[in-house]
Ligand binder design. Structure first.
Ligand SMILES: Nc1nc2c(ncn2[C@@H]2O[C@H](COP(=O)(O)OP(=O)(O)OP(=O)(O)O)[C@@H](O)[C@H]2O)c(=O)[nH]1
Ligand SMILES: [Mg+2]
Length: 665
C-alpha cells in the first residue's frame, strides 16, 4: 500500500495542531474533536505543550485516505523549535503550509516556504482562521502570490469571511475564471500544454488540466491554495480531496534492501530509546540485525509501524511508511538505516545563535545534569552540549528564550533537576580575513609526526560553509593507509572540519575553502622518515589541526555576529518612541511603510538584541507592536573581537596540544 508522509508547517499559532485534529476528525479517526486551548489534542501530548498551548515537538498521527496511508506530522511553529521542522523535512513526501487568514504571511512563513521551494517539496497552502473577525482572504491570497509563490492557485472562493459561518466553495473544473487561471499558470511550465492551448483552447479537456495540476504540484512548480477554518471545519473536506488528488504518495520497493532515515528520538516510560524512522525501501522487522549510521550495528528488539487508531499494529516498518524501532542503543537523529540511498541530512535553516551556561541549583546534581542534558541532546542534537574543562561549566546552544524555558521545565519535570541559566550570549563565527597557508614538513626538527601537510585556507561566499579540496597528486597519498584517493579526501576533510571547530578566537570557522596542496608520507618506497619507517593514520589526523590553525593564523580571522532581519508592525503614533529605541539597540531600520493607522518597519538587528527589543516593545507601543524576526546572516564585528573559551587545547600552543593528543586513546 502506498503512503503519504505529510508535514503540517506554519508560523506559530497559525492553527497546525487544530488543523491536524480537524483532519483526524473528518476522516473518522477520532470521534471527539480535541482542542489546543483545553489541552486535549492528539498531537500536543506533552504536559508542557498542553500547559502552554504551543507545540514543542513534532508528532505523528496516521489515517487512511482512499487506499493511501497518510502519516500527518504536526510540527512546532515557534522559531525556537525550527530544528524540529528541519529534522522532519528529509522524510516528507508533501506539505500543507498553513497561513493565518488574520495575521497573514509572516517572516517565519517566508523562511519555511523558501526552504520548501528549494527542496522542491510538493506543497499545498491552507489559509486558516477565516471564521475569525478580521480575516481578510483576498489580501492574504495576494500576499501568498507576492511573497510565497508566484505560481499559487486559489482552489475556490470564500463566503462570509470573518464570521462563524465562513465557508469555502471549491471551483468546479469548468468554471471559466478558474480554468483561465489554471491555463495561465500551468502553461508557463509546460510547452506542450501551451502548444495544445494555442492550437485550440476548447481542445484542452478539463481532465487534462487537472492531471497537469497534479503533475506540476508534485514537482513543486505550482502551489494550490485552499481556504477555510480548522475550528469550524470549513474548507477542510476540500483540502482532504486536494491531499488525495494532488500530492504524490510514495510506494517504495518493499523487497529491496532496507533503507531508511531516523528523524526523531524519544525515550519511553522506562527510559528506553525509541527511534522514529521513515523507510524509503525494504522493511525492518522485530529481531532484524541492522547496520545504521556510519558503521554502527544492532538488533531491533521491537518494530512497529505507525497506523491509524484501531488498526492492528504490524511488527514491521515497510517501504514508504513511518514507524518506531526499539533496541538500537547508539542510534542518533539523521542516521541512515541499512543502505543509505539519499544525500546526508543537511541543514536547511540557520543554526542556533545563542548559548547559555547551565548549572544545577544543587551542586551535587552536577553528574545527573550531565546525563540529562546528554539525553536531551540525543533528541535535539543542535543543543550542541559544550563542556568547558577549564571553568568546569556546561553550556547549550539555543534558538531563543522560549526554548530555554522549555529546557528548564523539562529538566525539572522529567529529571527532577532544578537549574539556573546564565544570561544568553550570542554564538559568533570566524571567517578567514584573507588567504593563508601553512606547512609542516616530514623530518623537520619541530614536527613530531611522520607526514608533510600543506594547507591553504581562503575566504568563500557568506553562508557557503566549509569546503575541502584535495589538490595533491595521487602518488603523494598514503594509499596503504587509506582505501582510495576518495577515502583519503573524506578523512582529511573530517580532520580539517574538526580542526576548524574552534578558530583563533574560539568560534567555529566557516565560509572558507581549505585545500590540501602538499602531502608527503613515509613508506617503504616513499621518503624515509628519521622517526620510524611508516606513516600512520594518527600522523595525518593529529598533524592536521596544527597546520590548519597556522594557516588560519596566517590568513587572520574575522569574528562575525548573527544578525536578524525583522518586521515590526506598530501604531503610527508610537513611531517617535520606537525609532530611537531601535537605534539604541544597534538596529538599522528601513523607511517606515505607512498603512492607515499602523506602519511597518523592516530592517536588520543583531541577534543579541532581539530579546531586549521584544521585552521593550509592549511599553513602547502600548502593547500594540508585533515583532517578527529571523536569522539573516553573519556580519563582521567592528571593534574588539569577542573570544570564547576553547574546549580543546589550542594547536598553536604546540606543547599543550602535543601533551593532550599523546594522552588521547
Ligand atoms: N477562530 C479560529 N481559531 C483557530 C483556528 N485554528 C486555530 N485556532 C486557534 O489558534 C490558536 C493556535 O492554534 P494551534 O492549533 O495551537 O496553532 P499551531 O499552529 O499548532 O501553534 P504552534 O504549534 O504552537 O505553532 C488556538 O487558540 C486555536 O484555538 C481557526 O480556524 N479559527
Ligand atoms: Mg501546534
Amino acid at each position: 500500500m502506498s503512503a503519504l508522509n505529510l508535514g503540517i508547517l506554519a508560523h506559530v499559532d497559525a492553527g497546525k495542531t487544530t488543523l491536524t485534529e480537524r483532519l483526524l476528525h473528518s476522516v473518522g479517526i477520532i470521534d471527539e474533536l480535541g482542542s489546543v486551548d483545553a489541552g486535549t489534542t492528539q498531537t500536543d501530548t506533552l504536559a508542557l505543550e498542553r500547559a502552554r498551548g504551543i507545540t514543542i515537538k513534532s508528532a505523528v498521527a496516521s489515517f487512511r485516505l482512499d487506499d493511501v496511508t497518510v502519516n500527518l506530522i504536526d510540527t512546532p511553529g515557534h522559531p525556537d523549535f525550527i530544528a524540529e521542522v528541519e529534522r522532519v523535512l528529509s522524510v516528507l513526501d508533501g506539505v500543507v503550509l498553513v497561513v493565518s487568514g488574520v495575521e497573514g504571511v509572516q517572516a517565519q512563513t517566508n523562511v519555511l516556504m523558501r526552504t520548501l521551494r528549494r527542496l522542491r517539496l510538493p506543497t499545498l497552502v491552507f489559509v486558516n482562521k477565516l471564521d475569525r473577525r478580521g480575516a481578510r482572504p483576498d489580501a492574504v491570497l495576494q500576499a501568498v502570490a507576492e511573497r510565497l509563490s508566484p505560481s499559487s492557485i486559489p482552489m475556490g472562493v470564500v463566503h462570509d469571511a470573518g464570521q462563524r459561518e465562513a465557508s469555502f466553495e471549491p471551483y468546479t473544473a469548468s468554471e471559466p475564471d478558474f480554468r483561465a487561471q489554471l491555463v495561465d499558470v500551468l502553461t508557463a511550465h509546460d510547452d506542450r500544454l501551451l502548444a495544445a492551448y494555442v492550437d485550440d483552447d476548447s481542445d484542452v479537456p478539463d481532465g487534462r488540466l487537472r492531471s497537469e495540476l497534479a503533475a506540476q504540484t508534485a514537482q513543486a512548480l505550482v502551489h494550490p491554495v485552499y481556504l477555510g477554518s480548522a475550528i469550524t471545519g470549513a474548507g477542510v473536506d476540500a483540502l482532504l480531496s486536494g491531499i488525495a488528488e494532488l500530492l504524490p504518495a510514495s510506494d517504495g520497493d518493499a523487497d529491496a534492501p532496507a533503507s531508511g532515515r531516523v528523524f526523531k528520538i524519544e525515550r519511553g516510560p522506562a527510559g528506553e530509546k525509541i527511534a522514529y524512522v521513515r523507510m524509503f525501501a525494504g522493511a525492518v522487522r522485530t529481531r532484524d540485525r541492522l547496520e545504521y549510521g556510519a558503521g554502527k550495528e544492532g538488533k531491533v528488539t521491537a518494530a512497529s509501524a505507525i497506523t491509524s487508531t484501531g488498526d492492528a499494529r504490524p511488527s514491521q516498518v515497510a517501504a514508504g511508511s513511518i514507524g518506531k524501532l526499539w533496541g538500537l542503543a547508539e542510534i542518533q537523529i539523521g542516521d541512515d538505516i541499512g543502505v543509505s540511498s539519499r544525500p546526508a541530512a543537511a541543514h536547511h535553516f540557520a543554526p542556533p545563535t545563542l548559548e547559555t551556561v547551565v548549572s544545577p541549583c544543587v551542586p551535587a546534581d552536577g553528574a545527573r545534569l550531565h546525563i540529562a542534558l546528554t539525553q536531551l541532546a540525543e533528541q535535539d542534537p543542535l543543543i550542541g552540549l559544550r563542556q568547558d574543562g577549564v571553568r568546569n561549566e556546561t553550556s547549550v546552544s539555543l534558538y531563543g528564550e522560549v526554548q530555554k524555558e522549555v529546557i528548564q521545565a523539562t529538566l525539572a519535570d522529567d529529571y527532577g533537576i532544578d537549574v539556573d541559566f546564565r544570561e544568553s550570549t550570542t554564538i559568533c563565527v570566524e571567517r578567514p580575513a584573507a588567504v593563508g597557508e601553512a606547512i609542516e614538513v616530514l623530518n623537520a626538527e619541530d614536527n613530531p609526526y611522520r607526514a608533510t601537510i600543506r594547507l591553504r585556507i581562503e575566504p568563500a561566499p557568506d553562508g557557503s560553509g566549509v569546503e575541502f579540496r584535495l589538490a595533491v597528486e595521487t602518488r603523494d597519498i598514503p594509499l596503504y593507509l587509506y582505501k582510495s584517493r576518495g577515502h583519503f579526501a573524506t578523512q582529511m576533510e573530517r580532520y580539517v572540519r574538526r580542526s576548524l571547530g574552534e578558530g583563533l578566537y574560539g568560534w567555529q570557522v566557516t565560509d572558507c575553502v581549505v585545500s590540501m596542496v602538499e602531502c608527503t608520507y613515509s613508506s617503504p618506497d616513499g621518503p624515509p622518515s628519521t622517526r620510524g619507517p611508516l606513516s600512520a593514520i594518527v600522523d595525518f589526523r593529529d598533524l592536521t589541526p596544527m597546520v590548519a590553525m597556522r594557516a588560519l593564523e596566517a590568513a587572520g580571522a574575522r569574528v562575525c555576529e548573527p544578525m536578524h532581519h525583522f518586521e515590526l508592525e506598530l501604531p503610527v503614533d508610537t513611531l517617535g518612541a520606537v525609532l530611537p529605541a531601535l537605534t539604541k539597540l544597534q538596529a538599522s531600520p528601513g523607511p517606515p511603510l505607512m498603512r492607515d493607522t499602523t506602519c511597518l518597519i523592516e530592517g536588520e538587528i543583531p541577534a543579541a538584541r532581539v530579546h531586549r527589543l521584544r521585552k521593550e516593545l509592549p511599553a513602547l507601543t502600548s502593547g500594540e507592536g508585533v515583532l517578527e524576526s529571523a536569522f539573516s546572516r553573519h556580519r563582521a564585528i567592528q571593534g574588539p573581537m569577542p573570544r570564547r573559551q576553547r574546549t580543546t587545547p589550542d594547536p598553536l600552543d604546540r606543547k599543550a596540544y602535543l601533551r593532550h593528543v599523546q594522552h588521547r586513546p
